[in-house]
Design a protein around this ligand. Structure first.
Ligand SMILES: Cc1ncc(COP(=O)(O)O)c(C=O)c1O
Length: 540
């Protein structure tokens, strides 16, 4: 029992910062139970905890820190935004499978950002092993203090080569790259105004906020909304248009060329995040901007300025399609030198581990030469979307590799992911607020090149079954609600059938090298049965 005296500072804090009243304090007893298959972070696995002291740590009138922490956590549990982690171990030689650490069973991972399995590619593993043995685990310090090496120089040269930019700067995460670059630009350009797409990633939002520049948020991918805001300022005012090439929670693709047109008309520079597109689009894997001029980049016959050239700053992550860790910006030599010289998140941090940098470079070099991984992935994406459309599953329409399945309720989304995990051995993650708006909760599926036809059918069969068991809204229901039009629901992808080499024969999935289902997965009949009993007779 907490004394009224100890209550008071929390009540005051809560009254001021969290709620309008002072009686919303609740104790740990109110904490909801942990859902099946998931654990809170288990401190016993981290190390032995010191014995608990019974003596009070603070004087009676001090702020009740621990109670406040519990209060915030309880509130998150109540509004369904509390985050649960699933403990799985990825199986390097059986991508995309992982082992559930609770049950020991294998699960098929359909939500990884290691889209191209570069995290277990022999070229990456060998480069990392060599670097580890040659240079050791640590880089020696920040880039200013012993942390600058030929490894980081060659990595940055590869990044610049990938995006055909004069220079690049590597950071230890994509988050740090976005935040640092936008803070630098927004604070160094005098009276700068930043125009940010409303669905931008948290790293860009934080960079923009922390730059203290004036900012406007434009409606997602809405050129009229952007132009109306740009037109508020004279051409000589420095402006940055910040956006993503592909938005990871809805899969939508930005109208890049039209945004560049507006930037040129209104005297702005463009800052575009390609984090989820690197390795997955373009003949060389440089992203969506490269893909928009596919044949020019493929043939090397470049006439005029390409879309990639028109974007002033491209930011990216090495942690997704490139399979290791880190992030970067690529741009003009002067802009890169400015960020290198000013950005605190660049200057005051230790350079990435040599092995990670060597792995990142190997992944880029591999992608520049080998389009087969992205072609296999994009073929599977198109197949999954067509199968889902045949069963009216509510895929938020988009032209990218992402498959967001709308559910619209946090509790139901959790039930879907629990059922998939526990009964079908399929792992997808629930996406809820604040990552997406309340009532827009969804599961976000990311097929890989290794998800062959049998795995696709197992996934679609499980979803059809669960949608029917829980009575969830179908695609046509969302269309009736006006969330998207029937015409948008037609499956069209940025990768054309011709680019995927599918024009010569019937539509096919890329083959999986795994024999599937695995022996410790649910009986095939269970999963396949859902397809045959509840859905159209044949899958296109
Ligand atoms: C659009 C976008 N940008 C940047 C990042 C950050 O990249 P990283 O994971 O390398 O920090 C993410 C990560 O989820 C992202 O989705």
């Amino acid at each position: 029992m907490i004394s009224p005296v100890r209550h008071r500072p929390l009540a005051r804090y809560v009254g001021r910062h969290l709620f309008a009243h002072t009686h919303c304090y609740c104790t740990a007893a109110a904490a909801s139970s942990v859902p099946a298959g998931e654990t809170h972070i288990d401190l016993s696995t981290v190390g032995a905890l010191p014995p608990r002291s019974t003596a009070p740590r603070y004087q009676a009138t001090a702020f009740p820190y621990e109670e406040l922490y519990q209060h915030v956590l309880d509130k998150k549990k109540k509004d369904q935004s509390y985050r649960y982690f699933r403990s799985i171990t990825r199986l390097q030689d059986q991508f995309p499978l992982a082992r559930c650490n609770r049950t020991g069973k294998k699960v098929d991972v359909w939500c990884s950002n290691d889209y191209l399995a570069m995290g277990s590619h022999p070229a990456v593993i060998t480069a990392m092993e060599d670097a580890l043995h040659t240079y050791g685990a640590n880089s020696g310090g920040s880039r200013n203090i012993a942390g600058h090496s030929s490894l980081v120089e060659t990595l940055e040269a590869s990044i610049a080569e990938l995006h055909k930019k004069p220079a690049a700067l590597y950071f230890s995460s994509g988050f740090a790259a976005n935040e640092a670059a936008l803070i630098t630009l927004g604070s160094q350009l005098p009276d700068c105004v930043i125009f940010s797409d409303e669905l931008n990633h948290a790293s860009m939002i934080d960079g923009i906020r922390h730059s203290k520049a004036k900012r406007h948020v434009w409606k997602h991918n809405d050129l009229a909304s952007l132009e109306a805001l740009l037109a508020l300022y004279p051409i000589e005012v420095p402006k940055i248009i910040a956006f993503e090439s592909v938005y990871s929670m809805c899969g939508t693709i930005a109208p890049i060329a039209a945004i560049c047109d507006l930037a040129e008309r209104y005297g702005a520079i463009t800052f575009m995040d390609e984090a989820h597109a690197i390795g997955l689009y373009g003949p060389r894997g440089a992203g969506i901007a490269e893909h928009l001029d596919f044949s020019a980049h493929q043939s090397g016959r470049l006439t005029g300025r390409t879309t990639m050239e028109r974007v002033d700053v491209i930011s990216g992550s090495v942690s997704k399609g490139l399979g290791t860790m880190g992030g970067y910006i690529a741009s003009s030599a002067r802009l890169i030198d400015l960020v290198r010289s000013v950005a605190r998140a660049f200057i005051f941090t230790t350079t990435q581990s040599p092995a990670v940098m060597a792995g990142g470079r190997a992944a880029i070099q591999h992608q520049l030469q080998h389009p087969d991984g992205r072609i296999a992935l994009q073929r599977n994406v198109a197949a999954v979307k067509r199968k889902m459309a045949a069963y009216d599953l509510p895929v938020l329409p988009n032209q990218s590799h992402l498959v967001p399945l709308m559910i619209g309720d946090a509790e139901l989304t959790r039930r879907v992911t629990d059922l998939l995990f526990d009964e079908y051995h399929i792992y997808v993650q629930a996406i809820n607020s604040p990552t997406v708006a309340v009532n827009m909760e969804r599961v976000r599926i990311s097929p890989t090149g290794a998800h062959g036809a049998a795995q696709q059918d197992a996934l679609v069969g499980a979803l059809v079954d669960i949608w029917s068991r829980l009575g969830l809204r179908k695609g046509s229901d969302w269309q009736r609600m006006g969330v998207w039009d029937a015409k948008d629901a037609a499956v069209t992808q940025l990768w054309t059938d011709e680019q995927l080499g599918l024009t010569l024969g019937p539509f096919a999935s890329a083959a999986s090298s795994l024999s599937y289902p695995l022996p410790d997965m649910p009986a095939e009949g269970h999963v396949q049965g859902a397809i045959s009993s509840k859905a159209p007779a044949s899958i296109p």
